[in-house]
Design a protein around this ligand. Structure first.
Ligand code: RIB
Length: 314
């Protein structure tokens, strides 16, 4: 197994509207539903980017679970699901405006029932992993266990600290070799874990020296990749990083005919981990360039998991 993703599956209910709803507004929109959840989106992206991938999650006994299982089978994704008979699968309400921007509300459902014990039962899977990837839509103790099992097995560990308002701890961050916040998540982590402050709107335009210094304070033992949408990404390494002589640098985004940015970060994370697992000796910057290209393509189609392209690193 090259990539093990631990995380959420959601049934996404999506409305495409002219603008995002303001408080008190009633809007008409075009509706569709489809598979999503940060964990599932990232697992599908990793698989479609060419990596043998397993996805460990919790599902209800419902249409959402059947959709997850059908799509996983069609994609050759190994689905390792704890079934919660009395709790529905996770769900999300998503509004997408004409510029492809979104607002999302999630209902955790069965995602909240994925426990550390469920992961321990899959110990063999973790022992085979090259990269373990998790996000924050499942309980923090479970995410902690996922990264701890990955690290104990010698896998690379990646934490996508999303969504921004989710709980995290210094111990959790320390278990990740790489963390991949977007600018909102980065600002939230800085506020939560350091004595520093940086507004989310100021992250993309901050000087490289300031960003690097914030990253080092936040995650002294590991690397930080801040995804910045159309501004690309910022990379900050600690002293122990050896594949690049640069301690920090920026990479541009790939041009994209944006239709829907839902799951863009998931596309980036899944593709990055797939590329890293498949070619571990290659420079990280090459994997990130591929991940940007992958995410740009994912934004050109509607939806989350179903928008992930079949595109492997060269
Ligand atoms: O990152 C996008 C995802 O966030 C959606 O698919 C939705 O389910 C929420 O988890």
């Amino acid at each position: 197994m090259q990539v093990v993703v631990v995380g959420s599956f959601n049934l996404d209910h999506v409305w495409q509207t002219d603008s995002l709803p303001a408080p008190g507004a009633t809007l008409a929109g075009r509706y569709h539903s489809g598979p999503g959840g940060k964990g599932f989106n990232q697992a599908i992206a990793a698989r479609r980017a060419g990596a043998e991938t397993a996805f460990v999650c919790a599902l209800g006994d419902d249409a959402g679970a059947r959709l997850a299982s059908h799509l996983a089978k069609a994609d050759g994704l190994q689905l390792v699901a704890h079934l919660s008979p009395h709790t529905p699968s996770g769900s999300a309400g998503i509004f997408v405006d004409q510029q492809g921007r979104n607002s999302i509300v999630i209902g955790a459902g069965a995602n909240a029932e994925l426990t550390p014990a469920h992961l321990v039962a899959q110990d063999t899977l973790f022992r085979l992993a090259k990269v373990v990837l998790a996000q924050l839509e499942t309980p923090i103790a479970t995410v902690h266990k996922a990264l701890a099992l990955g690290r104990a097995a010698g896998a690379r560990t990646v934490l996508n600290p999303a969504p921004a308002n989710a709980e995290s701890s210094a111990e959790l961050l320390a278990l990740a070799d790489v963390i991949t916040p977007n600018e909102t998540e980065f600002a939230a982590l800085i506020a939560r874990h350091t004595a520093l402050q940086i507004p989310a709107e100021a992250v993309a335009d901050a000087s490289d020296a300031v960003l690097h210094s914030h990253c080092r304070t936040l995650h002294p033992g590991g690397s930080v990749i801040i995804t910045l949408g159309s501004a690309g990404c910022f990379v900050s390494h600690g002293e122990n990083w050896h594949d690049d002589t640069r301690s920090h640098y920026r990479l541009p985004a790939c041009p994209s005919e944006v239709v829907d940015t839902t799951g863009a970060g998931d596309a980036f994370n899944g593709a990055f981990c797939a590329a890293w697992a498949q070619q571990p000796a290659r420079a990280l910057a090459k994997h990130l360039t591929f991940a940007s290209r992958y995410a740009a393509r994912a934004c050109e189609a509607e939806g989350a998991a179903l928008a992930m392209p079949q595109l492997a690193p060269a």
